[in-house]
Every structure is written in structure tokens, then in C-alpha cells.
Design a protein around this ligand. Structure first.
Ligand code: DX5
Ligand code: ZN
Length: 228
């Protein structure tokens, strides 16, 4: 089973973004870039010009998490700019199926995110059209919040649907993921892990990434959803 660790630069030093991305070297698999518009969420971070300027300058592929309104209009542009994966929030999309298609048409992986209060039940039909489903484990908007363990039932349900449908869809968790919580995420069915403060508030981000991977690997090796 291959798992992926995607450190979020939300907790990194924005004045040295390229260097901060490189601090995790290639111990990580992706770099998670949180785009916020102060509309969909009550916080403002960075947008298309900065994502565009990171493309080609960092070693890892870019996992763009869009916490912005009107995903229909804006999401495909991030794929066109060169992000390797673009995740939009279903709550911010009028036609999520079309958004996923538009992202893929620009050559990126298409991800769809669900806030903690959003049920997966209404969106099951979309799964075959996605490359990743992101189950938020905090309310989107800020780093450093407490992990919401009650979201594990949604992770489990996503994994069950993906297994039953024989789909190739990654299950990502984002928010409060750390050495203390990653194992329950992996055990519930997550295979792609975002960690912001746990990685970037550490003196040795690359080491934290390695530790997170070891913990997740250990948890999946005995979990119900992984073929042994
Ligand atoms: C929150 C962001 C997360 C954030 C996670 O809205 O989507 O990616 O960076 O930060 P931690 O890992 O500190 O919860
Ligand atoms: Zn995120």
C-alpha cells in the first residue's frame, strides 16, 4: 500500500516559500498549498500568481487545496497554471462534476473536499469522476486546530465505497494530523495525509514527515481496508 504525505505550507514562512518547500526535501510526496479567499473561509492566504510562480521551482508536485468561492470559475485555472492536483470544496461549487472534468481536462488530478458538516451521502455518484476525496478533519480556514475524530466515520465510508466500486480514488485527511492522530486516520481508510503545523512548527520538518509515514505505514499494515 503506498501512502502519501503532503505537508501544508500554511504554517511555513511565506517570505521564503521555495526554501520552505525544500525543507521537507523529497521525504514528502506532495506540497499542500492552501488557497483561501476570505470569503469561503474567514482567512486570506495566497492565490493563482503565487501558485504559478512555485510551479517548476520546487522538487515536489503541488497539491492545491482551494478554499474559495465559485470553484466552477476559478479551479481549472490552478490546473492550467501547473498544479498537479487541484481540490475544490463541494460546498463552493455549483456543478461539481463539471469542475472535476474541467480540472482533469487541464491535466491535473481532481480532488473534492468536504467540510466536517457535509455528508458524503449526496455525492457518492461523483466518486468515479474524482482522483481524490478530501475529508476535512477541522473546519477549513486555519492551521493548528484540534483534530476532529468524529470525521473518521466519513473516512471509513469513503474507503468502503471506493473498495466496493473498485475505484482508484485517494482518501485525504487535512487538519490536526500529527503523530498523535495519523494512525487513526490510516486505520479508518485514509491514504493521503496533510500535516501543517506538525511539520512546519518542528525544527526538523523532514524528520517529522518520515515519522508520520512510519506511523501511517504501521497502522495500514494491520488495518481492515488494506489487502495484506
Ligand atoms: C486548514 C488547511 C490545512 C492546514 C492544516 O484549513 O486546509 O491544510 O494547513 O494545518 P494543521 O495540520 O496545522 O491542522
Ligand atoms: Zn488544506
Amino acid at each position: 500500500m503506498s501512502l502519501r504525505i503532503s505537508p501544508s505550507i500554511l504554517s511555513a514562512d511565506f517570505g521564503h516559500l521555495v526554501a520552505e518547500c525544500e525543507r521537507v526535501g523529497t521525504t514528502a510526496d506532495w506540497i499542500h498549498v492552501d488557497v483561501m479567499d476570505n470569503h469561503f473561509v474567514p482567512n486570506l492566504t495566497l492565490g493563482l500568481p503565487i501558485v504559478e510562480s512555485l510551479v517548476g521551482k520546487i522538487s515536489l508536485p503541488i497539491d492545491c487545496h482551494l478554499m474559495i468561492s465559485d470553484a466552477d470559475r476559478w479551479a481549472p485555472g490552478y490546473a492550467e497554471a501547473g498544479a498537479d492536483s487541484v481540490t475544490f470544496h463541494v460546498e463552493a461549487a455549483t456543478n461539481p462534476l463539471q469542475v472535476a472534468k474541467d480540472i482533469r481536462a487541464q491535466g491535473a488530478r481532481a480532488g473534492m473536499a468536504l467540510k466536517p458538516g457535509t455528508s458524503l451521502d449526496d455525492y457518492v455518484d461523483l466518486l468515479p469522476h474524482l482522483d481524490m476525496i478530501l475529508i476535512m478533519t477541522v473546519e477549513p480556514g486555519f492551521g493548528g486546530q484540534s483534530f476532529m475524530a468524529d470525521q473518521m466515520s466519513k473516512v471509513r465510508k469513503a474507503r468502503e465505497l471506493i473498495t466496493a466500486g473498485d475505484l482508484d480514488v485517494w482518501v485525504q485527511v487535512d487538519g490536526g494530523v500529527s503523530a498523535a492522530t495519523i494512525q487513526e486516520c490510516a486505520d479508518a481508510g485514509a491514504d493521503t495525509f496533510v500535516a501543517g503545523s506538525a511539520v512546519y512548527q518542528s525544527a526538523d520538518p523532514a524528520k517529522v514527515v518520515s515519522t508520520l509515514r512510519e506511523l501511517a505505514d504501521a497502522a495500514t499494515s494491520t488495518s481492515w481496508w488494506c489487502a495484506h
